[in-house]
Unconditional design. Structure first.
Length: 621
């Protein structure tokens, strides 16, 4: 039963159309993932569903009494309350009573459980919300929303700022919760694990696909191939009709000229099919090193770090951290939130001094840093000025060409950085990093905020980079594709896994002191959902059908070729007789002229029959 029905929704901002004729239905219990490029209109559609924004026209219906919960990319907590207080007031008294009736335990106990599952330790409960990081505030908003248990959960990028353990918990929770889910996400692994339908927004329209993300990609490819065939078939049909019209006019009989005119009218009324595009215009990301580093890139021994604790003294963050990174290594670092991954990166960059231990960069090592919070960007500058102030040797023409490679076109370069979307800020930071010429890239959650197409281009650029990589990431697709080794950072140092995500997943579940960092992380990144794939019998039947259709098409093609040969012979005969009538010895002799003209009329009549047979065969194809 449909819980939401949308019909022909349209939305524009000024003269810019964002959504056009968007039509869909959502059934109770659906788990829908919304995908599309940054700026495609995903959050706009989500805000319309949440009732925060009105469509310009179209109809939107909800089942009566439906309760909605909406997780935005940015929370709106007041800074005065504590974590415990914000969670306590998230649900109304009626919702709390309902919660306790359904679960058989108190709302307070449930809130403690969800906070702990979302990586809030007990010492966070009385912290003011204003002291939390952006990622912590997102997790708090998630906890508050889940406790309300609405009929429909609208989640905008819920996996941002979550470590792998918390992601695993959230995946399990969402798969088993009773709410209908509508989720905007660029996390390909998460979409594969959680959703059962995909809504893709592209070119202002919405296309719905049954299945998870991997199934969507397969079906999108098939749809693209089908649309491309229709486009090519129409082009071939237009060319065929134009050729027929040309031939009919050339022979200049009254019957053929009328038929040519009739075909011209039909051709003029034909609505042209646009050539389909499988992807948006690709970004051009390439990292080049100014000079090559020595073999030893980074060596560290027994690094330890702590931070001031409430009430005085210092609280340990990590200790015993040792690393030996060589030229060409691609290292990905994982670990629970709060263990100190970003802090360790800042120690490597020389921005922080460790409590103990030593660290040394090798010869000719030029680090380049990507900051997940984009704090290295000046929010008050324009996009163009932000790049120009750092790279003053480039003129504006050169810089605009570079910005165009990352999708900043026309007046986009005059936007203020503070007005950019998260994905646009991420691309601007990537461009600044590209221009450094660094040979040691240190990246802190680089795929956060990038859309899926941009992630794939970025990952390809990292694979082609000849230098050394150190990447903090919870993106499991990236973790499967990029690393030569995974470093897991814990309180007592680093555990090294010499391989990619598959190997790490297999080994890490058995490496822990009574409290595994990962319980089980499911299938390897990118694995297909077997329920969504065709069975062996279906594939055999499909191939047999395709083989039979191909054989039948070849037969028709051969018959068409024979018909074309007859048309060609008929046209040659008509041309021959027309030329014959032009000879003086023929047109000057009445008997010979009569005979040649009679043969010409018979040849034209025969040619029309050949045309009819030829066109009938073309219609079959």
């Amino acid at each position: 039963m449909s819980i939401i029905t949308a019909s022909k929704l349209n939305k524009s901002f000024g003269i810019e159309s964002v959504l056009e004729d968007v039509t869909f239905h959502i059934n109770a219990g659906d788990r829908i993932g919304i995908v599309g490029a940054n700026g495609a209109g995903k959050s706009t559609l989500m805000r319309i569903l949440a009732g925060e924004l009105a469509a310009d026209d179209g109809d939107l219906y909800y089942e009566k009494g439906t309760r909605m919960g909406y997780l935005k990319q940015r929370d709106h907590f007041p800074d005065g309350g504590t974590v415990r207080e914000e969670v306590a007031k998230a649900a109304s008294p009626e919702q709390k009573a309902h919660f306790e009736e359904v679960h058989g335990y108190s709302y307070e106990k449930g809130s403690v459980g969800i906070l702990r599952s979302l990586a809030f330790t007990d010492d966070y409960f009385d912290k003011p919300v204003g002291t939390l990081s952006g990622g912590e505030r997102t997790r708090l908003a998630m906890a508050s929303l889940l406790l309300q248990e609405p009929d429909i959960l609208l989640l905008d990028e819920p996996t941002n700022h979550l470590d792998i353990g918390t992601l695993k918990w959230l995946e399990g929770y969402l798969k088993n919760c009773r709410s209908t889910l509508v989720i905007i996400s660029h996390d390909r692994y998460f979409l594969d694990r959680v959703v059962t339908r995909i809504f893709e927004i592209e070119n202002r329209r919405l296309n719905a696909y049954e299945g998870n993300y991997t199934t969507y990609k397969e079906k999108k490819q098939l749809r693209y191939e089908q649309d491309l065939r229709h486009y090519e078939q129409q082009r071939a049909e237009i060319a065929r009709q134009e050729e027929i019209i040309r031939r009919f006019k050339e022979h200049n009989t009254e019957h053929l000229v009328k038929r040519a005119q009739s075909r011209e009218k039909r051709l003029a009324q034909l609505e042209p099919i646009r050539k389909p595009a499988l992807f948006h215009e690709k970004l051009h990301i390439r990292f080049e090193e100014k000079l090559k580093s020595g073999t030893d890139v980074l060596q560290a021994e027994d690094l330890a770090m702590s931070f001031p604790a409430e009430g005085g003294g210092r609280k340990p963050l990590f200790a015993g951290v040792s690393m030996d990174i060589k030229k060409g290594d691609r290292i990905c670092m994982v670990g629970p939130n709060g263990v100190g991954k970003t802090t360790l990166l800042k120690i490597i960059l020389g921005e922080l001094v460790p409590d103990s231990g030593w660290l040394r960069l090798g010869q000719n090592v030029l680090p380049g840093y990507y900051d997940q919070e984009q704090q290295l960007l000046d929010m008050n500058k324009t996009v163009l000025d932000e790049i120009h102030s750092t790279y003053i040797k480039y003129d504006q023409v050169e810089l605009r060409k570079l910005l165009g490679r990352l999708g900043f076109y026309g007046d986009d370069v005059f936007k203020q950085v503070k007005d950019l979307a998260g994905g646009e800020k991420a691309k601007l930071s990537l461009l600044k990093l590209m221009m450094t010429g660094a040979n040691f890239l240190i990246l802190d959650e680089p795929t956060n905020h990038l859309d899926i197409a941009a992630k794939e281009v970025f990952e390809d650029a990292l694979m082609e980079f000849p230098g050394t990589l150190l990447i903090v990431s919870h993106d499991r697709y990236l973790l499967q594709k990029i690393p030569t080794a995974i470093y897991e950072l814990g309180r007592d140092g680093i555990t090294v896994y010499l391989g990619s995500y598959d190997y790490y997943e297999q080994k890490s579940s058995s490496v822990s002191s009574g409290k595994a960092y990962l319980e089980s992380l499911g299938k390897a990144a990118g694995a297909k959902d077997p329920a969504a794939a065709l069975t062996k019998e279906e594939r055999i039947a499909q191939r047999a059908k395709e083989k039979e259709e191909a054989a039948e098409k070849r037969k028709k093609q051969r018959r068409l070729e024979l018909a074309e040969e007859m048309v060609q012979k008929g046209e040659n005969r008509v041309t021959e007789l027309e030329n014959l009538l032009c000879l003086p010895e023929i047109f000057s002799d009445p008997e010979k002229a009569r005979k040649a003209n009679s043969e010409l009329l018979e040849a034209k009549a025969q040619l029309e029959e050949y045309y009819e047979a030829w066109m009938a065969l073309q219609e079959e194809l």
